[in-house]
Unconditional design. Sequence first.
Length: 287
Amino acid sequence: MDKTAVVTDSNSGITQAEAKTLGITVIAMPFYIQGETFYEDINLTQEQFYEKLAQGGDISTSMPAVGDVTDLWDKLLDEYDEIVHIPMSSGLSSSCETALMLAQSYEGRVQVVNNQRISVTQRRSVMDARALAQAGKSALEIKELLEREKFESSIYIMVDTLKYLKKGGRITPTAAALGTLLRIKPVLQIQGEKLDAFAKARTVKQAKSIMIEAMQSDCKNRFGDASGSNLYIDIAYTQDKDAAHQFLEEVQKVFPDQQCVINPLSLSVSCHIGPGALAVACSHKFV
């Protein structure tokens, strides 16, 4: 049995069923919908989330309760020597900062990784942590390795509708109205801890081309690996799995030696960008 437990949150996109198979623990992120509390993949499925989103429900995200986190850690430390805890990016939520504060009272037995990732790139960090734990690395060693590699990733996201960016205050109502009139498909990027604008497209086809070209540029210029052979390349989406598989085929043509993986974008991202989004991501292989 591994001496180091691996813990993450559902922003990684790892389901509770997958967590059991992998031998890791996933904390379900809470959502408030019309004043009621739901937990991702516990009493809120992807399908239910998008139904409530389409109904115009008031949806907000939150962080796990302090007591839930410490109770989980205490339980795991009865079985394991130590814990490596990988929350979502500190730039997108205060849950990482809170976990870092809580870990101070655990005398080094809980190591919280602040590696500025979310969704499919966070998932890759968790899988790396699992492999490192199985190889006998300590929680502190895993934390140091993951934080060293934290900026060695990219995500590009095409947003199909401006409605949710407007609702979240990320663009003004005027900009949303103009963008909708012009049928603009914004391409956003996550480089490190922030979600930022990257480019504007008029069609989904153009947006996909922009994202693929951006990924090619990153592979060649940022990572010095034009073929992507030393990178994981992943496809992510919100709600429309068929469109994601079509995008996968297009990405695979550009990176034929890669075994790309498809996963839904985490609901914490989805509530800000809405359905119909597509994303491509890469993460440096170092394990």
